[in-house]
Design a protein around this ligand. Sequence first.
Ligand code: TRP
Length: 460
Amino acid sequence: MEDVQRIDPWSSEQSTDYQRLIQKFGLGSIDLSLIPNPSMLHRRGIIFAHRDFDLILNSIKNNENFGVLTGLMPSGKMHLGHSMVIQQVKWFQQHGGDINVAVADLEALATRSKSLEGGRKTAIEDYIINYAALGLRPETTNVYFQSKRSEVQRLAFTLGRKTNLSELESIYGFQGDTNLAHVQSPLIQAGDITHPQLEEFGGLRPVVVPVGVDQDPHLRLTRGLVSKTNWFNLKDQKNGGLIIALSIQPENEKIFGISNNGKLVLEDRKIIFEKIKNCILKLGYADILSNLKHGTITIPGATSSDKYKLKIELLTLERSLGGMGLLPPCSTYHRFVVGMTGDKMSSSKPETTIFMDDSIEIMSRKVKRAHSGGQSTVEEHRRLGGDCSKDVAFQYLQFFFESDDTELEKIRKNYESGRILAGEMKQLCIDKATIWLNDISEKRDEWSGRLDEFLANDSI
Ligand code: TRP
């Protein structure tokens, strides 16, 4: 039977069957032992999957340049759920990444009918101020608006040539009555994701997009689009070695030795092959098998670990010949925290989440009413213990408020053994959340009036 599970990035309904998502969409699992100075979200398994994250880890290890791209939809208010991505962005920033933040004002207009002016105000006054308060540094952060960055729009348009309505229908479930601004928004997002690789925004280098798993369809789309633009396909061979195949497209036909009437021009094909061979020689391989007619070059001795270096050489060559020369984006995915009521968290239902600027009173009320994993009587609770996997207060400590792993484990054990009661767990959460929210609020005051420091030149 056909598996119709789909992720809808515009719905607040999300699948939380993470193992299934990993399998269905071919995500990689996170190996904590490979992550330097893992953050709280890494250590606790909250960041649970990735695509090509190893490229970023290598860049960090070798002190090489990498970019980070994240985006915000300026439609609702910023809440705790949104802060998770910023914690990750901060970690990348501390490890050398430069940060680009897309304000998805076009997407908010297309999908939430939010005006561009309104979106700008919400983005700066509610999101960027909290990003600053959470500790993002302005020196290596660039906040821009989709509506104002023509390079992003141009990329969206250019990449749009490599897809069609049927593909967008199957990824997103778009239908005949879907408005066309909405149809364009994933292409704009593909523009967001790829543009940090343009020369003027940092150039060819890996770019990572940390997101909630609801955004993976955009990454799948973008990776597919990017690979369709690539002039040279690089693949592992079944019996070892790597193979490079020319990907003939209207923009490279001439250079690849295809004449107007579709015939092979051997002289031109030889020239492009020489250039490819130079790329391979740079990696130290002399043993090369070329098939001019098929447009393939095999390097029997090359290993998978040479693949990335060779890929970069080939993309550089592609750029020098007039191609886009894009690497597919890397990504990491985090789990969603449960809403306060035990259902999904959503800005449109204030009782399901804590907003960054909730007062202590409002936050306390929400925590007190939150879904608990306690037993129905004290006697039973002492005997059977509480269930942390159902307890919202515990999970909020785990995702946000208790940064000390040992302390968190102590709380977990004491709850599971019945020593801590459900009401006491809520009080622990309220106490920690009070410190957290007060701190953020103080930092917001420090940053107000200085947010221009985060804005890119084209967004002032
Ligand atoms: N679509 C994202 C959201 O709904 C916002 C966004 C736009 C984004 N461009 C992006 C996220 C690029 C990550 C990367 O929140």
